[in-house]
Design a binder for this molecule. Structure first.
Ligand SMILES: Nc1ncnc2c1ncn2[C@@H]1O[C@H](COP(=O)(O)OP(=O)(O)OP(=O)(O)O)[C@@H](O)[C@H]1O
Ligand SMILES: [Mg+2]
Length: 363
């Protein structure tokens, strides 16, 4: 059983605390993603689980085994796990076969069994008939499969993947993430996947943990939970382009920006005078006229398949996109400075004093 239990795990480097009292359980057979901005401590956490580093405090268990605490340290090769690191290091002078077989050679697996296992794993990651090639004769995606196969050849019950797709182009990245998900299901192993890419996290995870720049976990939940019910503005803005529209309360009325248009949504709960209504560009509907908030298109950008509009409403700004075909068919090809009317399908309220963006988009 490859359940991972992290209890109050901390890691410091000199004075600098990277992880501080992190507690987390990853269930057996689960694809669990740790999602967070660059430098937040994702790689450090994977290295702790893998055993390349030792926590400064706290304990780590994998299944029934205590692998790290103040007095215990089980070395990486005895933790029954496979790792693919950020910079996929396949050995350039070794063939695909030798690269994949290397961990078995280290473990002194008999030659014949080794050959069978290597060929079986090469087939598993769709590298059939490439076993004699050198990495320089492979594409980036194929090299990444070699790294995956090498991590899988020892039949681990746990795989740790650190941004394994970051060196690949967008198409290949999309294809590979489905392959990783399928492998995980087929082999019924636990996968801990680390990334700063929310699209990958949404696509492959059973659960996601969102980590902030201080290495604290802000929310753990299913992709739907994290996307639809973010606990705070950091999580909201980390999960994609976010609009934050300023709304002020005067008495019992809520007004958008600095003007006199009422916010046409359910009210927020709380006493604050300053609020932000947060929503996704995909939840914005823009029209020429009719019901909604009146504004003007401050900047219209043609991005090929979509039109991207920056809209100003009484001094507050939001962004929206419209499918270019739809825009042409429905007279929604706005120019800069044209008036428009905006509706928003779904709003999340945050107290303006607590607002914290993950740096995505303050429109
Ligand atoms: N050996 C080390 N000594 C000192 N500081 C370190 C060490 N390893 C990591 N750090 C620091 O810990 C912090 C977290 O690093 P980490 O590599 O885990 O970030 P990350 O979340 O993986 O970022 P990225 O998405 O860019 O890979 C960084 O500020 C880094 O400088
Ligand atoms: Mg990293």
């Amino acid at each position: 059983m490859a359940t991972i239990y992290l209890k109050n795990v901390s890691r410091r480097y000199g004075q600098r605390s990277v992880l501080d009292g992190l507690t987390l359980t990853v269930n057996h057979g689960e694809c669990f993603t740790l999602l967070g901005p660059s430098g937040c401590g994702k790689t450090v956490l994977l290295r702790l689980i893998a055993g390349f580093e030792q926590p400064t405090a706290g304990s780590i268990r994998i299944g029934d085994a205590l692998v790290a605490d103040a007095s215990a340290h089980v070395p990486p090769d005895r933790r029954d796990l496979g790792v693919v690191f950020q910079e996929y290091a396949v050995w350039p002078h070794m063939s695909v076969f030798d690269n994949v077989g290397y961990p078995l050679k280290l473990a002194k697996t008999p030659k014949e069994e080794r050959a069978d296992r290597v060929m079986e794993t090469i087939a598993l990651v769709n590298l059939h008939s490439l076993e004699k090639r050198l990495p320089s004769e492979l594409s980036g995606g194929q090299q990444q499969r070699v790294a995956l196969a090498r991590a899988l050849v020892g039949k681990p019950s746990l795989m740790l993947l650190d941004e394994p797709l970051s060196n690949l182009d967008a198409n290949l990245r999309e294809e590979m993430r489905f392959e990783i998900k399928e492998l995980q299901r087929k082999l019924n192993i636990t996968v801990m996947y680390v990334t700063h890419d929310q699209e990958i996290a949404l696509a492959i995870s059973d659960r996601i943990a969102v980590m902030d720049t201080q290495g604290r976990i802000r929310q753990i939940g299913s992709p739907e939970d994290i996307f639809e019910k973010p606990v705070d503005s950091f999580v909201f803005s980390f999960m994609g382009v976010a609009n934050f529209l300023q709304v002020r309360r005067e008495g019992n009325e809520f007004f958008v920006g600095k003007g006199g248009q009422r916010a046409p949504w359910d009210r927020p709960h709380g006493d604050s005078l300053a609020w932000v209504a947060a929503f996704r560009p995909s939840d914005v509907v823009i029209r020429r006229d009719g019901n909604g908030l009146k504004g003007r298109v401050k900047r219209a950008s043609f991005l090929g398949p979509v039109m991207d509009y920056l809209v100003e409403i009484d001094g507050a700004h939001l962004r929206t996109t419209v499918d270019t075909h739809t825009a042409v068919a429905n007279n929604l090809m706005f120019d800069d400075d044209q008036p428009c009317v905006v509706g928003v399908r779904e709003v999340h309220w945050f107290d303006a004093d607590t607002i914290q963006s993950a740096g995505e988009a303050w429109a």
